[in-house]
Design a protein around this ligand. Sequence first.
Ligand code: SF4
Ligand code: SF4
Length: 425
Amino acid sequence: MALSDLIDHSPGRRSFLKGLAAGTAASLAFHPVLAACPGPRLSMKSATGTEGECPQSVIKDGMVYRRLGRTGLLISEISLGGSPLPDERLFFRLIERGINYIDASESYENGNVERLIGRAFKTFGRDKLHVHTRFHLRKSFTEAGIIASAEASLRRLDTDHVEVLGIHGVEDPAHLTDERVQAAFEKLKAQGKCLFRGLTSHSNQHGVIPKAVECGLYDMVQIGYNVFDILETEKDVRTYGDYLGESGIRKLIDLAHGKDVGVIAMKVLKVGGRRQDLAARKDGGAALFQAMLKWALENVKLASVVTEILNESQMEQDLAVVGRPLTSGDRRTLYAHVAAHARETCHFCGLCQAACPRSIRTADLSRSLVYFDSYEKAERARAQVRETLAAGAVSACEDCGACERACPYGLSVRERTRRAASLFA
Ligand code: SF4
Ligand code: SF4
């Protein structure tokens, strides 16, 4: 979707709501982004690179689009994770329903995710979608290797550029400013093959995100953020208790937002249970995972929530949260869920791994268990465990317990490590 299609040139925010059906408009009028937006426009550099005015958020055809930090891109507040994407028919329907941001990676589905996005470009036009695809920094990576990877992605996408090119799963903050990485980015940007730099981080967000923000090179970051990272206002903490201690994820979002770095949330539905089990749990008519999406979207510093939508029912359920406020009933449901499952939910903070004297990759193994338990991605979990175990055997564990003392959330790290290793080894 072209930026110009989304910008409302009328003087007031009310006009955003003009074209909406009355019921939808009534609910969207209370949307937290709109409530927090100081006005319909801010003076800033837009995605086209020209100095001008750009709105913080707009509504079009029932979808809310939020500004992705200094990129100026306006992206749907529900966006699509490409690991995997749905089949082509459903994918195209989701685009028709207003989703315009797709999260991809060279590694997803052997490149078929990028090929499918390429077919969407052909069908809907290149301007209809904003794409973030990523390269991996494998052992002994080179500038030429990064460029080759990005160019292979462009060929699969059948396009000459992506909006955001990112590094997949940054773990070592030093990689952010590595001269091989930055030389590759500079060349690709100079050739117009990517407009902005981004990244995801899974295992060491607390180490990676501050450096990504401070170095000033990255325009957006994708952060794991979900209701298990609860740390609300002081009043909420008094009311519900802070079950998890201070995760600090919210602080990372604040930090990025303060420098106008766009923030997208991922792993929002990382849950203490499978998605289909959660669908049956209702409170006040809202399914628990819908409440999780609303909880994340309530944070106005986020541009979007990346979610996987694989069937019609998930499409309807996820899109139903667009513009809907988190209710007090939703909040009670979420806190009860967190209370029940907090000690089995890994936050991917990486602190256990950093504390291990034997360099056992406890956090990576713990993440594999989440793929297995919550996402039912046994094959992906198995592959990840194999890769992890190749880097260091769990049998080297000396049972010192340092990992568990380091875990701020009280997880049984040793038990999780052994279970992951035994399940898939
Ligand atoms: S108990 Fe094992 S895995 Fe945990 S820190 Fe000690 S050596 Fe590492
Ligand atoms: S097990 Fe605990 S310390 Fe390790 S990554 Fe998960 S939440 Fe962090």
